[in-house]
Design a protein around this ligand. Structure first.
Ligand SMILES: [Fe+2]
Ligand SMILES: [Fe+2]
Length: 190
């Protein structure tokens, strides 16, 4: 699956990645991309902890839910299957998938709900702790193994980035066309 298919790279606008190295690294590799998502979400949970305003809390939680939903989906669609195949994994991916299901039910409990005090805050806090646990397992085990494997993390990073932009566009209802919508689903050779 994660074979080199750099010929399918196309310009997708957005210069999110570094412009220092103009030759190759247009997008982060899979591990860098997923780690960056983890970091962003972790920072959002920290912001939530410090926030008093109900409006602000609602906005932060909305962003957390959106980020986590898209992140979980690109892992499930692209990263996990590639990892499972390359490492003949029968343990880490199934466990991570089960954890995603729990996460989704935690998301469903707070997404679109008005912050109304202790219970809401508690749910967000539990979700943050759960995410931390999940991230620790991914980064501590799965990503380490992925790095030491034959997986083409650069090609996977490109697939992840493209799918992420597509899903983010769908979620935020943007139809501006500046993201990768015209490339939809074509890079995926399953
Ligand atoms: Fe995950
Ligand atoms: Fe993750």
């Amino acid at each position: 699956m994660a074979t080199r298919n750099s010929s399918s790279r196309r310009s997708t606008g957005r210069s999110g990645s570094s412009t220092r190295t103009t030759t190759r690294r247009r997008t982060p590799d899979a591990i860098a991309l997923l780690r960056a998502d983890h970091k962003l979400v972790s920072e959002l949970f920290e912001q939530f902890e410090k926030t008093r305003s109900a409006n602000r809390k609602r906005d932060i939680v909305e962003q957390i839910c959106q980020e986590l939903t898209v992140h979980a989906q690109i892992e499930e669609e692209i990263f996990y299957p590639a990892f499972k195949e390359a490492l003949r994994d029968k343990e880490l991916v199934p466990e991570a998938r089960v954890e995603h299901e729990t996460l989704k039910s935690l998301i469903a409990q707070v997404q679109g709900v008005e912050p109304d005090g202790e219970d809401y805050d508690a749910k967000v806090k539990v979700m943050g702790e759960y995410v931390k646990h999940h991230v620790k397992e991914e980064q501590g085990e799965m990503f380490k193994k992925a790095k030491a494997s034959r997986l083409d993390l650069q090609a996977l990073g490109e697939q992840l980035m493209q799918r992420k932009q597509e899903l983010m566009g769908e979620l935020s209802g943007e139809e501006t066309g500046e993201l990768a919508t015209e490339d939809m689903g074509q890079s995926d050779d399953r």
